[in-house]
Design a protein around this ligand. Sequence first.
Ligand code: G4P
Length: 285
Amino acid sequence: TTIQWFPGHMAKAKREVQEKLKLIDVAFELLDARVPMSSRNPMIDDILGQKPRLILLNKADMADEAVTEQWIRYFRDQGRTAIAIDAQSGTGVRQIAAVAKEMVKEKFDKMRAKGIKNPRPVRALIVGIPNVGKSTLINRLAGRHIAKTGDKPGVTKAQQWIKVGKEMELLDTPGILWPKFEDEDVGFKLAVTGAIKDEILNLQDVAVYALRFLSVHYPERLSERYRLDNIPADIVALFDAIGRRRGCLTAGGGIDYDKVADIVLYDIRTEKLGRLSFETPAAWT
Ligand code: G4P
């Protein structure tokens, strides 16, 4: 689903999330483990304010495990709690309620101190940019399929609480926030990981970005996948080499660069190049 994010839509999305915050104890900030910073809403600290927040690094099944560990440490060093999950298969999802409960322990202890014997379940909300896996996670936590509301801020339906075990309740509509468009790098990373639809950006540009990144950070994966003895430093030469290996030829016998771009992006998104992370904390510390 493509969303047009105009300033008015952003303001409305922010307002809607803040309305929902009034109903909950803890927010789950859903990020893409492969690009945690690029999949983050630029105003998230301002939007969530003091609300307890658990960072969920989703799609960890596709991310470089070592890098995900670095991210978890990075967030911990900032006093935040982050856990890696895979909403699609459910890996890591079971910890969420327990960690959330721990995060709001103080608030609930106070409720008990005031004489409330059986405090209500911990109430939570999932927030994140489109395609980060919000619906998948809601369904996973619910243990059933919950109809997805249109990916448009402003499309509302009656909100309902979904029971997650005995101790947690989740709002069935997530908070949908916009990504950080200002930065060209961010746009490319979101395109490479499939969060931004291909029609928006030029496919060849996205593949150039991806191949440059892989040449530096995962050269051995490229060598292996496309059976290249060495990775040409020149990007056109690299396109040519992959194109020749894959028989991406035009009628005139030249290299079909669109086809090469398609193959490379398909291979990245379907893990044919293995588990990849496109951001490391080093750049942010
Ligand atoms: P959203 O509500 O935040 O917009 O995201 P949604 O749940 O629709 O998920 C977007 C895509 O990401 C879906 O794939 C979904 O299956 C996939 N996804 C979500 N969580 C994970 C995860 O932890 N690991 C992996 N590998 N994929 C995940 P899709 O291609 O759009 O649809 P489909 O393949 O499920 O049909």
